[in-house]
Design a protein around this ligand. Structure first.
Ligand SMILES: C[S@@+](CC[C@H](N)C(=O)[O-])C[C@H]1O[C@@H](n2cnc3c(N)ncnc32)[C@H](O)[C@@H]1O
Length: 287
């Protein structure tokens, strides 16, 4: 349950604005997940063997699509759940914010897509079911604040995966020390008559080098019906996780092997130092 250190930002009470502001890369991210399935998913047991579906183009290459059971942890407004359901996968998600869950249910119903979604906490994964793939995308993983929380979470996720199943995580990393706690990103997206400008801010005054945490904040500036309003989220404590440390934590979990780290949602772009790198996308395989 949400403790004093972890109340998700109140911008997450506005799923429609989140859905508009964050839609930019969803199809490519889902292409990447399908490419991971083709490249890394282990041999599932006969009961859980995913069906092969019609040929699809994944990251530019024709690929036989494998239908998977996919769990989205911290699913937000469901951009991945809805797209993956549209592609024929069996999808389940959970999020701490009931507003997000209700929004996903509404969208799934409107689009006539089968999506199972519920309220849940990534620090205590109680969702039922067995999955081929789990994902935790767009920085949600950094809400796990301590090594114990991370290792505990990995073990809980592994319990819900088939042997050889995949866990794909995606979180912010710095490429230079001065970036830590000091990043500011801004972008905008328009859908119909609504424009959402997203500001992501880290607060350097909150850096705690002992716990490796700092506070970040989301602000939505929304233009709609001729008016502009700002929705400011609270400062939220998040964890800095560095690449070598992540590998060590995955090893310490004893349940996953880190099979790849990427600087983007692209199997051809392994993680390496570059001014353009701002995230680490990791593919873990249940051992
Ligand atoms: C940056 S959004 C990412 C949403 C989605 N994964 C995406 O890629 O668009 C972070 C989400 O994590 C949720 N969240 C925050 N703390 C959580 C927790 N402890 N357990 C589950 N979800 C949480 C928030 O409500 C929010 O929807």
């Amino acid at each position: 349950m949400a403790g004093p250190d972890l109340s998700p930002s109140s911008v997450y009470r506005y799923p429609r604005y989140y859905a508009i502001g964050y839609q930019w890369n969803t199809a490519a991210e889902c292409d990447f997940l399908e490419a991971c399935v083709s490249s890394f998913l282990g041999s599932p047991d006969p009961v859980s063997r995913p069906r092969r579906l019609k040929a699809a183009r994944i990251q530019g290459k024709p690929t036989a699509r494998t239908v998977c059971r996919i769990l989205d942890i911290g699913c937000g407004a469901g951009r991945h759940l809805l797209e993956l359901a549209r592609r024929g996968h069996q999808v389940t998600g959970f999020d701490l914010r009931p507003e997000m869950v209700a929004f996903v249910q509404g969208e799934a119903s409107t689009l006539k897509l089968a999506v199972a979604v519920s309220v849940g906490d990534l620090r205590d994964v109680t969702v039922e079911g067995t999955f081929d793939v789990a994902v935790c995308l767009m920085d949600t993983f950094r809400f796990l604040l301590t090594n114990d929380e991370i290792v505990g979470h990995l073990r809980q996720v592994a319990q819900r995966l088939v042997l050889g199943g995949l866990y794909v995580t995606d979180f912010w990393i710095p490429m230079q020390w001065p970036q830590i706690g000091s990043e500011v990103y801004q972008w905008e997206q328009t859908e119909g008559k609504t424009t959402v400008r997203v500001f992501y801010l880290q607060h350097p005054d909150s850096i705690d080098p002992v716990s490796q945490t700092f506070e970040d904040e989301l602000v939505f500036e929304v233009e709609e019906d001729g008016a502009t309003r700002a929705i400011r989220g609270e400062r939220t404590k998040t964890r800095l996780i560095l690449p070598q440390e992540f590998r060590a934590l995955v090893d310490a979990s004893g349940v996953f092997e880190l099979v790849g780290t990427f600087g983007e949602f692209d199997l051809d772009k392994p993680l390496k130092p570059s001014a353009a790198t701002w995230r680490m996308v990791s593919v873990l395989k249940k051992t």
